[in-house]
Design a binder for this molecule. Structure first.
Ligand code: SF4
Length: 245
């Protein structure tokens, strides 16, 4: 069980973020294959980017076999505009090649009917599942499990919020979140953390003065105290004109 204080804190985070971000409904069910591709596209990117990339794969190729035999440049064109487009294209094609070598096809759906642990064990044989984010995405969207995917932007925001520290690994953090946030609110919570990480809790300097969570966030509070101390010190200093006298 998550500690009550962490559960309460994450509930408050959820409530405050919901006030700020009005989310469009997100995809809630995919096949296992689609969820793997979606997870690779979504990691460190936005929902909108991942939705658009998956739609381009479906519209731009005859089937997944055509993607498998395409050049990396062609696949890269689908994920263009995202960070590490080359790496994403390589991972997607690698997954499709491994899948074809193992099954001579592109249907993993029989796994969706097996107990989740058994399905995950089988899927972990594919390199794509070395990413905990992809594993969590597939668990949520294709295996009907409770999973809250955590990528680098989400990890950054959750660390600043004090939910994780520098030594907390992503699977452990995911465990904390999944124990604290019930399954029926998990998808929305994940989407809200993503919105936070791409809106105010950005890489580099976070935009805390604009953040809904500032009053409960240790980093936001520290930044506020630092800014106040700086302003106070500047006020106490003699002005340039005076010091030049
Ligand atoms: S207050 Fe600042 S550090 Fe905290 S979550 Fe908001 S943007 Fe991130």
């Amino acid at each position: 069980m998550a500690t009550p204080s962490k559960t309460q804190f994450l509930t408050e985070v959820h409530t405050l973020l919901k006030k700020r971000h009005k989310l469009e409904p997100s995809v809630d069910k995919l096949t296992i294959l689609e969820a793997v591709v979606y997870g690779i596209c979504h990691e460190d990117a936005t929902r909108e980017q991942a939705d658009a990339a998956l739609a381009r794969f479906k519209d731009g190729f005859f089937d997944w076999n055509e993607v498998r035999v395409s050049s990396l440049e062609e696949i890269q064109g689908i994920v263009a505009g995202m960070s590490d487009a080359e790496g994403r294209a390589f991972r997607i094609r690698r997954f499709l090649r491994q899948l074809f070598e193992k099954t001579y096809g592109f249907n993993l759906e029989p796994l969706a009917k097996k107990p989740q642990k058994e399905s995950v064990k089988a899927l972990e044989e594919y390199d794509a599942f070395s990413s905990d984010y992809v594993l969590a995405t597939v668990t949520r969207l294709a295996l009907a499990g409770h999973a809250i995917p955590v990528d680098a932007p989400a990890l950054r925001a959750l660390r600043r919020l004090g939910v994780a520290d520098e030594s907390t690994e992503v699977p452990a953090l995911r465990g904390i979140l999944e124990r604290a946030v019930p399954k029926n609110r998990g998808a929305e919570f994940g989407d809200l953390i993503e919105a936070l990480a791409h809106d105010t809790c950005v890489e580099g300097e976070p935009d805390c003065p604009r953040c809904e969570l500032r009053k409960i966030c240790p980093t936001g509070q520290a930044q506020k105290a630092e800014a106040a101390a700086g302003a106070k010190a500047a006020k106490g200093k003699p002005g340039k004109a005076k010091s030049a006298e």
